[in-house]
Ligand binder design. Structure first.
Ligand SMILES: [Zn+2]
Length: 500
């Protein structure tokens, strides 16, 4: 066994485990792919194993537990009955077409029974969604995020005033309140004519929109109810958007405003069409949830998808997250894209099999969704949001000029990683170093570095390995991995001269 590099200047790096030299990719020129190279993540719930740092004299702390009792308790608190009732209710507004404000004669919140069903249109739906959030917990700060938009035909044929519904569960500390995680869904719906034409300004047809996206809205409402039962380090934002069918309008305006105001949103989980388990081709799959994430390979969105896969594997063995390395389905979109486009990490959860024949039609009804499946989706969201919001801030792996703090160490042939704290560190247990071959979809190896600020993997070539670092607290909550990325440098624009 080779000894780790021992220069006095690298004392903090001495916590490198001797086991690090076992790294499969050290000194190898060929590497084998994971046993299951498929996208489904169920067999990749966590990297192979943690190599604990045990070298003498290290300041390494104890390895935190592999799973958190707090997260597990929240996951179990999900009520399938609540989700079922919300999906059913959202299908009863006749339509939630973005322009259907006029259908709502008055504030309909006090209505009951048959009268309640008389409350039609997106205005009534919006008030119902806001009321559900307000009644979930007094800790939730509920507001309407209102925008007035100029026409933009064909999808925005007239001027539009739209109202996103936003609920915020503020973080427990002033430092934690500087960063947020956001869950989203859209409460608007649309319905095509029998010939398939969608009238972007007409709302005279029923548009129940129970799967698209009453299901995501119901999942979000249940996540708000369950998660607001306790405190977290970071803010949790519950964003119910409108104008999605009209072209991601509500989320685009919200995301742009967030970016312009310097808001730090570390991850977005978008839930859109998460209630149906029967595909239009008859295939039934109630045990798989697709997760779409934009590239490139080491993007924060991709990293969010990987962590979601790991956490679902840990807390929710009955639901496999099928990671799709694409921003969305072919030719389709969702509200996470509004966040991606202004530089926030965001992923989309959606059903395993779609029934295209029901989408955007009068047949997107309650009888075609599965509350049991949607409840599993809610549990997956809760596991991810609770873990991330309870975890310390992700470490910073770049220097002041934005260059990755990774080099080949004193020997010139090691992998030396350095990082800084990303924020509050009250209950920090230490840092987890992750590694994978550049061609591997999921993290393959993890190394516990304890409360260090650097780590050396002797003899591991940095050029054909991808590295990341996660901050972990004493209960085992993990931050997103900060990944060492070296973007291609822009080349000078050479001026070509005529040949002499
Ligand atoms: Zn949708």
């Amino acid at each position: 066994m080779r000894q780790p590099h021992c220069a006095p200047a690298l004392l903090t790096a001495l916590i490198v485990s001797f086991a690090a030299t076992e790294a499969a990719f050290s000194d190898t020129t060929t590497t084998s792919p994971p046993s299951d190279p498929g996208r489904r993540n169920e067999n990749h719930a966590a990297p192979a194993r943690v190599f604990s740092a045990t070298a003498a004299g290290s300041a390494s702390s104890v390895l935190p537990p592999d799973s958190s009792a707090a997260v597990a308790a929240l996951v179990t608190a999900v009520s399938e009955a609540e989700i079922s009732a919300s999906m059913k209710r959202l299908g009863e507004f006749f339509t939630r077409h973005t322009y259907s404000e006029k259908l709502d004669p008055a504030d309909s919140m006090g209505l009951e029974g048959e009268d309640r069903k008389a409350a039609k249109g997106i205005g009534a739906a919006r008030r119902w969604v806001a009321q559900k959030l307000r009644s979930a917990s007094p800790r939730l700060v509920v507001s309407f995020d209102t925008h007035r938009v100029a026409p933009r035909p064909p999808r925005l044929p007239e001027e539009l005033t739209l109202h996103n519904v936003i609920a915020v569960l503020p973080g427990a500390t002033p430092e934690g309140r500087k960063r947020s995680f956001l869950i989203s869904a859209h409460y608007d719906s649309v319905s095509a004519d029998a010939d398939g034409t969608i009238h972007w300004d007409r709302f005279d047809r029923p548009a129940p929109g129970v799967n698209d996206d009453g299901s995501g809205t119901a999942v979000l409402l249940e996540a708000a109810r369950v998660l607001s039962s306790r405190d977290y380090d970071a803010n949790l934002i519950f964003a119910v958007f409108t104008g999605e069918e009209q072209g991601l309008v509500g989320s685009a305006l919200y995301a742009r405003k967030a970016r312009e105001s310097g808001m730090r949103i570390d991850g977005v989980l978008n839930n859109d069409i998460v209630g149906g388990e029967i595909g239009g081709d008859g295939r039934v799959d109630n045990r798989t949830l697709r997760v779409f994430s934009e590239g490139p390979e080491d993007s924060p969105s991709r990293e969010l998808a990987r962590l979601a896969g790991e956490l679902a594997g840990k807390y929710l063995p009955s639901l496999a997250l099928d990671l799709v390395f694409r921003h969305d389905r072919f030719g389709r979109g969702g509200d996470h894209i509004s966040f991606n486009q202004v530089g926030y990490a965001g992923i989309r959860f959606t059903v395993s099999n779609e029934d295209y024949s029901r989408q955007h039609t009068v047949r997107d009804t309650f009888d075609a969704v599965s509350p049991a499946y949607a409840a599993r989706v809610a549990r997956a969201n809760i596991a991810v949001l609770a873990d991330l919001a309870l975890a310390p801030s992700a470490p910073v792996v770049t220097d002041d000029r934005g260059n990755p703090t990774i080099d080949r160490g004193e020997s010139g042939y090691d992998a030396r990683l350095r990082w800084k704290s990303g924020g509050e560190t009250g209950d920090l247990a230490g840092y987890l170093v992750l590694a994978r071959e550049t061609t591997a979809p999921f993290w393959q190896r993890t190394y516990w570095a304890g409360k260090a600020d650097q780590f050396v993997l002797p003899g591991v070539p940095i050029d054909r390995t991808t590295f990341g670092v996660r901050a972990v607290d004493r209960e085992g909550h993990m931050s997103l991995a900060s990944v060492y990325i070296y973007p291609a440098r822009p080349r000078p624009d050479y001026t070509e001269l005529p040949l002499n």
